[in-house]
Ligand binder design. Structure first.
Ligand SMILES: [Zn+2]
Length: 254
């Protein structure tokens, strides 16, 4: 635990310190936080950039993929000459260069292989920035069981989704309650077969970072257990209150 902010930190985060909702106590909470970001793509890039810039003390970035030329349309962590490199390791280097006062670790593996349940006890918050149903269900189940808050976002074509599960407070609905059918391979759309607007990922990933900062600094979350949707073509946000599915295999045990 840190006892206070250094002079350099006070200068660096001065625009946060001016906010009564954050102040020095909030900035110290960010400094002492560990956030796990799963997926260093279109959502993970803006989310991790804002969290690194905000001074979140520890960031762990998990992604097994390499950078491809078609990623550069939206994955704003990466430069043209990064093609072929590991996303997790390149992202961690970029974020570390942005803020040398924090600790960033990149893990070049699928989330299912990193032993997530063993180290969730050391994580304050998880951001699901993945692009596939298997990872989403896996992360949801691990966070639900270990009572770690999860902020999940998704975007495809011109449509974005955002949902915040505060598993520290039980009972709360889970990802499986809301999207029980995504595992059907016939129903899977993804950005490589359907396309996506680049800045839409910026909007949704930034919302993840925004709610992460609010959660870590103890703000009352406004979007817990609600689904927020964004239609980028119509510039329209909608929100829906979520309830638990009494038959959910993950969060409702019989
Ligand atoms: Zn559930």
């Amino acid at each position: 635990m840190s006892v206070g902010l250094s002079e350099q930190e006070s200068l660096r985060y001065s625009r946060h310190l001016l906010l009564k909702q954050i102040g020095e106590a909030g900035q110290l909470a960010l400094k002492n936080a560990h956030v796990l970001i799963v997926g260093a793509g279109g959502l993970g890039a803006p989310a991790s950039l804002y969290l690194a810039a905000a001074g979140v003390g520890r960031l762990t970035i998990v992604d097994p993929d390499s950078i491809e030329v078609s990623n550069l349309q939206r994955q704003i962590l990466y430069k043209t000459n990064h093609q072929g490199r590991s996303k997790a390791l390149t992202a961690s280097a970029q974020l570390q260069a942005l803020n040398t006062q924090i600790k960033v670790v990149g893990i070049e593996q699928p989330i299912q292989q990193v032993g997530l349940p063993n180290w969730l006890a050391d994580v304050d918050l998880v951001l699901d920035c993945t692009d596939n149903a298997d990872s989403r269900y896996y992360i949801n189940q691990a966070c639900q069981q270990h009572k770690v808050a999860l902020i999940s976002a998704a975007a495809i074509r011109g449509e974005g989704q955002f949902v915040f599960f505060n598993f520290k407070q039980q009972p709360t609905p889970c990802y499986q309650c809301i999207f029980p059918d995504l595992a059907d391979p016939n129903s899977q759309l993804n950005c490589s077969n359907s396309g996506v607007l680049g800045p839409l990922l910026g909007v949704m990933g930034s919302l993840q970072a925004l709610e992460a900062i609010k959660y870590l600094t103890g703000q009352q979350a406004r979007f817990e257990s609600q689904l927020l949707t964004f239609d980028a073509w119509q510039m329209q946000f909608n929100s829906f209150k979520l309830g638990r599915d009494p038959d959910c295999a993950i969060c409702c045990h019989h």
